[in-house]
Design a protein around this ligand. Sequence first.
Ligand code: 13P
Length: 257
Amino acid sequence: MNRQLIVAGNWKMNKNLMEAFTLASGVLAKAKKMSNKVEIVLAPPAPYLHTINSMSKNIAHVNIAAQNCHFEPSGAYTGEVSAEILHSMDIAYVILGHSERRKYFQENHEILAKKVSAAIRAGVKIIFCCGEPLEVRESNTQESFVLQQLEESLFHLSETEMKQVVVAYEPIWAIGTGKTASPAQAQDMHAFIRTQVATKYTTELADACSILYGGSCKPSNAAELFAEKDVDGALVGGASLKAEDFLQIIQARAKQA
Ligand code: 13P
């Protein structure tokens, strides 16, 4: 397998400044000594990006992600952060398409397509989230639901641009609920996504595309998820807020590297 293994922690809107510093310090102190086969990504709230990026600079297998960006490069958009600003701060990734952004901030396919293009334009890599709500899973139409998310917001990219994208499959019914997709459910959807990438682009690109699982990933279930051949890593929410839990998930990935 020639694709990058990644464990990413999405802190969402959690941790005050001191807590964020403590969490980042705790993760980085151990990360330094861990296998460089696993790329570790930290996605803290925006105000901490610069500091945590500086703290992680000397560890080559650690990168930092923003949780959002605007689609315009600059301008009168009070409160927003552009991909160009992130690039100027040397932030490697931006998470786009998270279900919480879709739900609470009305980010539809069209807005997300613009944000995806903006990140590529600025030279910021993307962690693109997709995933279905419970009613879609119950009606067994999750594949067409996820395909539409990919087609409408991601597949306008060229082959070269698509190489800058990591996909995260995050079934909404598993986010913050304690209910994880079974390894088989995760594998089925990851394989489906990879096939779609191969169909739209090339088999080589699909084989090299990292696809992460997100949704109540924790130390107790990480190893079984990572045992699936198309699960290249995880996008972790709640369990990334405790250094010990997050580090255990990274270890689980490293053990199967
Ligand atoms: P939880 O791990 O808390 O379910 O969150 C997953 C997620 O939304 C990561 O982006």
